[in-house]
Design a protein around this ligand. Structure first.
Ligand code: UD1
Ligand code: CA
Length: 454
C-alpha cells in the first residue's frame, strides 16, 4: 500500500523487563523484537516506516536502519506517542498504521486483511481486535454488528460490565491521516492513567460520524512481551514456528525441539539436522548437507553436501565449499574453505583460506594472533597438513605441499615441497633401562632413611 505510513511505537517505559536495554531491542530467535515488527511492516510495501522512541534510547537508531526514529519527549500515552511521531515526519501517507515494538508475532497476512477491510468499509479508523482467552488488562472493544466499532474502554476505566467483554484491543490501528491529525488534538488526559489514550480516538471519530471498524485476528499473533517470562514464552513459540517452517520446506530434524534457529537461518533441500544443534544469526546451509549433534554455527555459509560436527563450532566469516567435511572439536573463524576440504578432528582454523581438496590433520592450529594483530594463513589446493602442526601466520603454504606431522611452520612453503619442522629423533640404545635402575635405587634409599628416623 504505497500511501501508507507505518508508525511503530516503542517509547513506553518497559519497567517490567528490569533491564537497561529498551524492551523492543531484546531478541527473539536472534533478532530484536523491533526488527521482527519492521520485517512485517516492510512486507506491506508502505510509503515509509518510522519508529517512535524515548529520548535516551539512542540504541534504536542503529538497530532500525535504514529507517528513522522520531523522539517522544515524555511517555504521556499512546495518543501522545502518535502525535509526537506525526509531528516529526515529513511526507505522511494517506493512512497511518500504528504497530507496537513489543508485539513481534503480528503477521503480514493479518495486516493485509485489516487494510483490505479498511478500504472496503471506507473506514476512517480500523482496529485489530481479538477474542482473548484471558482478557487481562487489555482495552475492551465496544462494538455493534457488521464489525462497527463504537468505543474502546481501557481496563482501568472500564465498568464491571465492560470488563466482562472478551473482545480486546490489540493496539494495531489504521487511520486516515487527515482525520487522525484532527482527532489527536481532541484527546484529553481525564482518565485513570492520566495519559493521552490513542484508543479515545474511536469515541472522537464516532461523535463526528467518521466510520470506525474492527477486524479479527488470532490471539497468538498479538502476544505482547512485557517481562522476561513472556520473552521466554515468545522465544519458545517463535522457535516452534521456525522449526515447523523448516520441516515443511524439506529439512529433516530427528528431534526438532532440540534445534534452535534464527529468523534468518536458510536451508537448502534435504538438509539433515541431528539433535542439539544451535544456529546463530546469518547461517545458510546448502542442499543435502548434514549438521551433526552439538554443533554451533553463526555467520556462516555452508555449501552443498557438507558434513559438520558433531561438536563443531563455526564462527562468523566462514564459508565452506561443497563436499567439505568438518569433524569433532573443530573451530572455524573467518575461514574460507574450498570444495572437498576436510578438517576432521580437533583443529582451530582462523583467518584462513584453504584450497580445494586439502586435508588438515588432527590438531592443526592456525596461530593467527600474536597478542596484538591477526594474520592470515593461506593454504593452496591439495595440500596435506600432518597432525598437530602449528601454522604461524602470516604464512603461505602453496599447492600440493606436504607438511610433516608435528611441524611448527614459520616460513612459506613452496609448491609441491615437503616440509618437516620438528626436532629430529635421536636414539640412545639401552639407556632407558639404566635410568630406570638408577632412579629405583634412589627412591629405595630415601624410603630406608625415612624408616630409620621414625
Ligand atoms: C495498549 C492499549 C490497549 C491495548 C493494549 C494492547 C492504549 C491507551 N491502550 O495498552 O487498549 O489493549 O495496548 O497491548 O493505547 N508507548 C509509547 N509512548 C507512550 C506510551 C506507550 O511509545 O507514551 C508504546 C509502548 O512502547 C508500546 C505501546 O505504545 O509499544 C503500548 O503501550 P503500553 O503502555 O504497553 O499500552 P497498554 O497499557 O498495554
Ligand atoms: Ca502493553
Amino acid at each position: 500500500m504505497s500511501s501508507l505510513t507505518v508508525l511503530i511505537l516503542a517509547a513506553g517505559n518497559s519497567s517490567r523487563m528490569k533491564s537497561d536495554i529498551p524492551k523492543p531491542l531484546h531478541k527473539i530467535a536472534g533478532q530484536s523484537m523491533i526488527r521482527h515488527v519492521i520485517d512485517t511492516a516492510e512486507s506491506l510495501k508502505p510509503k515509509n516506516i518510522f519508529i517512535v522512541r524515548s529520548p535516551h534510547a539512542e540504541a534504536f537508531d542503529k538497530e532500525v536502519r535504514p529507517y528513522k526514529c522520531v523522539v517522544q519527549d515524555k511517555a504521556l500515552g499512546t495518543g501522545h506517542a502518535v502525535k509526537s511521531g506525526l509531528e516529526g515526519i515529513k511526507g505522511v501517507g494517506k493512512n497511518v498504521l500504528v504497530l507496537y515494538g513489543d508485539t513481534p508475532f503480528i503477521s503480514s497476512k493479518t495486516l493485509k486483511k485489516l487494510i483490505k477491510n479498511h478500504l472496503e468499509n471506507k473506514s476512517s479508523l480500523s482496529v485489530l481486535g481479538f477474542d482473548a482467552f484471558d482478557p487481562k488488562q487489555y482495552g475492551r472493544l465496544i462494538t455493534e454488528e457488521k464489525n462497527v466499532l463504537r468505543k474502546i474502554t481501557e481496563f482501568k476505566d472500564a465498568t464491571p460490565a465492560e470488563k466482562k467483554i472478551s473482545l480486546c484491543n490489540s493496539g494495531v490501528m489504521l487511520m486516515e491521516t487527515v482525520a487522525l491529525k484532527e482527532g489527536l488534538k481532541k484527546l484529553k488526559t481525564n482518565n485513570a492513567a492520566g495519559e493521552y489514550y490513542l484508543t479515545d480516538l474511536v469515541e472522537v471519530f464516532n461523535k463526528q460520524s467518521l466510520p470506525c471498524h474492527y477486524s479479527d485476528a488470532d490471539e497468538q499473533e498479538l502476544l505482547g512481551v512485557n517481562d522476561r517470562l513472556e520473552l521466554a514464552r515468545a522465544e519458545k513459540i517463535m522457535q516452534n514456528n521456525l522449526r515447523e517452517a523448516a520441516l515443511v520446506k524439506g529439512v529433516t530434524m530427528t528431534d526438532p525441539d532440540t534445534v534452535y534457529l534464527c529468523k534468518d537461518t536458510k536451508f537448502g533441500r534435504d538438509v539433515i539436522i541431528d539433535p542439539f544443534v544451535v544456529f546463530g544469526p546469518k547461517v545458510e546451509i546448502g542442499d543435502t548437507s548434514h549438521i551433526r549433534s552439538f554443533s554451533n554455527l553463526r555467520g556462516a555459509k555452508i555449501g552443498k553436501n557438507c558434513v559438520i560436527g558433531p561438536h563443531a563450532r563455526i564462527r562468523p566469516g566462514t564459508s565452506l565449499g561443497d563436499n567439505t567435511k568438518i569433524g569433532n572439536f573443530v573451530e572455524l573463524k573467518n575461514a574460507k574453505l574450498d570444495e572437498n576440504v576436510s578438517a576432521s578432528h580437533l583443529s582451530y582454523l582462523g583467518d584462513a583460506f584453504i584450497g580445494t581438496g586439502s586435508n588438515i590433520g588432527a590438531g592443526t592450529i592456525t596461530c593467527n594472533y600474536d597478542g596484538f594483530l591477526k594474520s592470515q594463513t593461506k593454504i593452496g589446493e591439495d595440500v596435506f597438513v600432518g597432525s598437530n602442526s602449528s601454522l604461524i601466520a602470516p604464512v603461505n603454504i602453496k599447492d600440493g605441499a606436504i607438511i610433516g606431522a608435528g611441524s611448527v611452520i614459520t616460513k612459506n612453503v613452496e609448491e609441491d615441497d615437503m616440509v618437516v619442522a620438528r626436532a629430529e629423533q635421536k636414539t640412545f640404545e639401552g639407556k632407558a633401562k639404566n635410568i630406570k635402575a638408577k632412579k629405583r635405587a634412589e627412591k629405595d634409599g630415601i624410603k630406608a632413611a625415612k624408616r630409620k628416623i621414625r
